[in-house]
Design a protein around this ligand. Sequence first.
Ligand code: S3P
Length: 498
Amino acid sequence: MDPMLEIAWMTYAGARVNRTAISRSDCSGAAMLRDAPDPGPPSSTNGHSVSHDSPPEPLTSSPGTPLRGRLRPPGDKSISHRAMILGLLSEGETRVEGLLEGDDVLRTAAAAKALGASVERLDAGRWRVRGVGIGGLGDPADVLDFGNAGTGSRLMMGVVGGQPVTATFDGDASLRSRPMRRILDPLTRMGTQVLTEAEGGRVPLTLRGPKEAIPITYETPAASAQIKSAVLLAGLNAPGTTTVIEAAATRDHTERMLRLFGAAVEVVSHGPEGHGRSIALTGQPTLRGTDVVVPADPSSAAFPLVAALIVPGSDVVIEGVMMNPLRTGLITTLLEMGAEIERIAERDEGGETVADLRVRASRLKGVDVPAERAPAMIDEYPVLAVAASFAEGRTRMNGLHELRVKESDRLAAVAAGLATNGVRHTVEGDDLVVEGDGAAARGGGTVATYLDHRIAMAFLVMGLATRDPVTVDDGAMIATSFPTFLPTMRALGGRIGA
Ligand code: S3P
């Protein structure tokens, strides 16, 4: 890598977590991607740098003046992971514009490199991947350490599980606590051997893929794009059609991007009400490297968006936000709550519709959020709960069982965060009910974040509008998905400090 780029990379606002890791153990994704002659993958013995070795970094947000200005959130995390993975599996060169340079995606990039791809950072957000093609992967020399990244690890398990390679997956304390059986079950049916696993089907675990995967038809047991994607990625090396049936449609980035790279994927609606989908992939295509433009992540946009709604007098424009209907459940819900969100300059970017969103502080009212909407806003419930704390009346969020297996038990973490900040709420089974009175919530609490970036950002947003400041016990994990969160929020006028 060009030395100037190296410096730019190291001083990049978002590389704080990586810098910490580099100086200590040289095992993070960023360190992995330096153009060293033979960089090994991160090692499991010292690879838990972000979460195991770093001291917690508390942050406090305080109410202040209205938020004003424009911002562009970072690239979409889901698409960024997939760009690296499909780049690895392609022949030729993939160029990515607008890649999210957060720790999660850097781990996936490092894993792609460890499995044989050449991965280079050309400039901010601009990356080049030279792939090895389906069947061309090599055994990584060391453990694939995915840090905090559920998506990267699960999708890459699909890749490894379908190809004749052996690899060990590991991650931080959060990832080590997350269920992987949901991925291992279908992979085993496709011929993957699980050589070792931690108790309960968790990482660290070692997979060995078959020479060719067995094509299967698989009904996903949970509405999960990660399960769907792992099966489809394994199916790339199956001689025949691999079909995934989902009872409720989840984000469709894998299907769309597989087509972009040259695979044949047929999608039809499924189920009596047509909420589901059946996705059929023809195996053993030749994937060709291509250009990927990554739109701004709606799940990251959600934080400044809700902040602008709840901080009185705010008026903010959020640029280039992906409007894929399987990702816009939060916007639908906030509009129902009375939010002033204007979609302007709608356009196509890299095969997705994007729009600029003008958001003005609004009087919100409580609503019922149907369980069917959950897949389209699964990562946005923490910040929706914050919005609901400022709304007048009751907001009921139905069917949140999947929140229990995110980076933290998000349902419990959100409830505890609301409690410590004086917000009335109940958890009824898998539903969260928040009672607001239309005025500023009290605040004043310290929120436990459990290595969960979205819990940290949601409650920092809350503290911009509460009567008293809100503290989160650790903001370090924000760098996994929104490394520029602090400067972005500060540029709008948000008061967030150590
Ligand atoms: C993702 C799918 C979702 C989401 C995650 C990203 C993806 O997880 O929560 O942040 O990129 O496929 P599940 O598939 O477990 O719902």
